[in-house]
Design a protein around this ligand. Structure first.
Ligand code: ACO
Length: 331
């Protein structure tokens, strides 16, 4: 049998840098009350959300993704010709083809990179990070740019009491590269397609075209809440176990920002010490789907609440249903 050379790479990978971008339009709870029968008090108490940001004229998933990516690349110090792959995680690029990642790579001046989009909703950043870690460690890419960008406001049904207030737009990006020590633990991920009806696009493109109406995002909030507070709690624990980390060794916890009450339940289940810094960006940014985790990471590092080199647990979950989490070293 003819021997085929295999790619080989460095032993370890880590996140070298993070960047994020938020749109300019601030939407407070009060604004939404013209569309839904609700109150600022209900939204704040049931979710933690006080305001979120939505794109305005001139802003798009493309502009947000580019801004986040440019910041991450600049902070990494990695020359663009050493980035061999660009992954965009999104469920809000409303063109079936081509993927947006090649266009972003071109706009960023990254030559000849493998570039593609992935659709794993709110778990999308951790899915992309797992792929990037594998690519770097196998030698298939020297550096990988993982971007997560979302503009869910474009498919939000303003008249739906169950979702109108939940989502915010934004983007986050990281550069993943080789490392002397391990900075990305084993991914714990999976899916449960039997619950594909828990979060969904209300109609396919063919149906939308035939009806002349734009699709919206639908969600069975109670079902997702139940799944997140039971199954996802166990998955988060498994991510720590697989990384060989105990709660007292953790500095930062960045769960998907879906609901402050889900975060509280995860904290109780994981028995994390009070000293652990917990991301609560949902209060100002809402749920940013795939972009949530890198946006929260950047916010915590920029505010000084978290520090470079600290150990963090990240976990995302959402439409699919899908989930993914890892223990990481903060850039
Ligand atoms: N304002 C005021 N009252 C409301 C509203 C509203 N907007 N919506 C519902 N209510 C009322 C209901 O009528 C009900 O009243 P009742 O008790 O008199 O019957 C009560 O509030 C409770 O309703 P629930 O639907 O049980 O509300 P819940 O507490 O579950 O909160 C929420 C809803 C916030 C959506 C919650 O279920 C949730 O956060 N779910 C998880 C969302 C999530 O994690 N999504 C995953 C990611 S999304 C992605 O992948 C793209």
């Amino acid at each position: 049998m003819t021997e085929i050379k295999a790619s080989t790479g460095p032993r370890y990978a880590r996140i070298l840098s993070v960047g994020s971008a938020t749109p300019s339009r601030v939407i407070d709870n009060e604004y939404l009350l013209q569309f839904i029968d609700s109150s600022d008090e209900w939204i704040t108490q049931r979710t933690g959300i006080r305001e979120r940001r939505w794109i305005d004229e001139g802003e798009s998933i493309e502009t947000l993704s580019l801004e986040a990516a440019r910041t991450a690349i600049e902070r990494s110090g990695v020359p663009v010709d050493q980035i061999d792959a660009v992954i965009l995680s999104t469920i809000s690029h409303y063109h079936q083809t081509p993927a947006l990642a090649p266009k972003l790579a071109d706009a960023l001046g990254i030559p000849d990179a493998a570039a593609y989009d992935i659709s794993a909703a709110c778990a999308g950043f951790s899915y992309g990070l797992a792929q990037a870690e594998g690519m770097v460690r196998s030698g298939q890419a020297r550096h990988v740019l993982v971007i997560a960008g979302e503009t869910i406001s474009e498919i939000t049904d303003l008249t739906d009491r169950g979702t109108a207030f939940l989502f915010g737009d934004g983007a986050g990006a990281v550069v993943v590269g080789p490392s002397e020590t391990n900075g990305i633990g084993p991914v714990v991920w999976g899916s449960d397609g039997s619950q594909s009806g828990a979060i969904w696009q209300t109609k396919g493109w063919q149906e939308a075209v035939a009806e002349g109406t734009w699709p919206r995002l639908g969600m069975d909030g109670r079902a997702v809440f139940k799944w997140a507070t039971s199954f996802i709690a166990q998955a988060a624990k498994k991510a720590m176990d697989e990384a060989g980390i105990t709660p007292d060794q953790l500095d930062v916890f960045i769960p998907h920002q879906a609901n402050d009450r889900i975060t509280d339940t995860l904290l109780r289940y994981l028995k994390l010490p009070e000293s652990v810094v917990v991301a609560r960006t949902i209060r100002q940014l809402g749920n940013n789907s795939a972009a949530t985790i890198p946006m929260a990471m950047d916010a915590l590092l920029s505010s000084g609440e978290a520090k470079s080199g600290q150990t963090a647990l990240i976990i995302g979950f959402g439409a699919g249903l899908v989930y993914a989490g890892q223990v990481i070293t903060l850039p």
